[in-house]
Design a protein around this ligand. Structure first.
Ligand code: ATP
Length: 301
């Protein structure tokens, strides 16, 4: 069960302030609550995959500040192997998040240690070689992401977030691209997700476009096209639904499940996560995903 997955990505400490409304330039407002939560797309996907049942290794960097050990501890606690986590002199990556009443937010990301990561070392590559998948996102320097993708002997699953122009060299090395509808539109210039999907399949062999509560589209160059409806959920917080989806999808795919099955596994995991507050704190464990799958009326995986 679970397969072996390596995540080469970011770890950020999310510094979340809750306010009646965000301050204008030069203004001070009094907040109602403050939380410090381990995050970053890389660490989130690693925790999601570990909870979904995989053996997971994380390669990245934290700083020499107090956030560094806290970020490592969060990964360790989820059972993620952190042997490949470097400690660099200076601050860890942070995301400064201001959440207004009503849920709107503004975010400042300062990469810190994430910005110091270069390509994978020989030890990292040995770990990737033993993996069923390498998960990449774009919160590390592009040169490092490209180097990891190009050198990876394992299938590469890329989440193109935050969205930037994607070098051909990177896309040529990608096995499966998983993006949300906004990223798909930004990359292709096409607002219709199914049209963006067709355009992206000219650049990658396999693709998922997630559509929030509307589900997810899948396509592959062998001609397969699928739509996986979202699993009905009473959503309280959709933060990291995408990272939960990717982590779980990678696990089910590493177990050899077919697209219809790995999409349903991922949709079920993401639906469980949106019913609970927080990012990594909301990610479901394998037993919860299996139980929810069994409870669904459709045929099991
Ligand atoms: P985020 O940036 O919030 O992490 P995202 O924009 O990357 O998310 P989404 O497309 O919003 O990704 O969601 C990913 C998947 O999560 C969807 O394809 C769907 O399966 C599931 N999901 C998201 N929102 C809901 C919801 N309200 N109810 C049920 N499932 C949901």
């Amino acid at each position: 069960m679970g397969g072996v997955i390596t995540v080469f990505g970011s770890a950020n400490m999310d510094l979340v302030a809750y306010v009646p409304r965000a301050p204008h330039l030069g203004e001070t407002v009094t907040g109602t609550e403050f939380r410090t939560v381990p995050g970053g797309k890389g660490a989130n996907q690693a925790i999601a995959a570990a909870r979904a049942g995989a053996e997971v290794a994380f390669v990245g960097a934290v700083g020499s500040d107090a956030f560094g050990p806290a970020l490592r501890a969060a990964l360790d606690q989820a059972g993620v192997n952190t042997d490949g986590l470097r400690v660099t002199d200076g601050p860890s990556g942070i995301a400064h998040i201001v959440v207004e009443e009503g849920g709107g937010n503004s975010i400042i990301v300062v990469p810190g240690a994430n910005g110091t990561v270069d390509g994978p070392s020989a030890e990292d590559l040995a770990v990737i070689e033993r993996s069923d998948a390498l998960l990449l996102q774009l919160e590390l320097p592009m040169a490092a992401v490209v180097a990891a993708a190009v050198a990876s002997p394992a299938p590469v699953i890329l989440t193109p977030a935050p969205v930037v122009a994607l070098p051909d060299e990177l896309l040529d090395a990608v096995t499966l691209l998983v993006c949300n509808e906004h990223e798909a539109a930004a990359i292709t210039g096409l607002g219709e997700p199914d049209m963006a999907l067709e355009a992206l399949l000219a650049r990658v062999p396999e693709l998922v476009v997630t559509l929030g509560s509307k589900g997810a589209l899948y396509g592959s160059r062998d001609g397969s096209r699928l739509w996986a409806p979202a699993v009905p959920a009473r959503a309280v917080d959709t933060t990291a639904a995408g990272d939960t989806f990717v982590g779980a999808l990678a696990v089910a795919r590493a177990e050899g499940r077919r697209p219809a099955q790995f999409l349903r596994f991922a949709s079920t995991a993401a639906a469980l996560s949106v019913q609970r507050p927080g990012a990594s704190t909301s990610m479901p464990y394998r037993r919860e995903i299996d139980r929810a799958l069994e409870a669904q009326p459709l045929a099991g995986p």
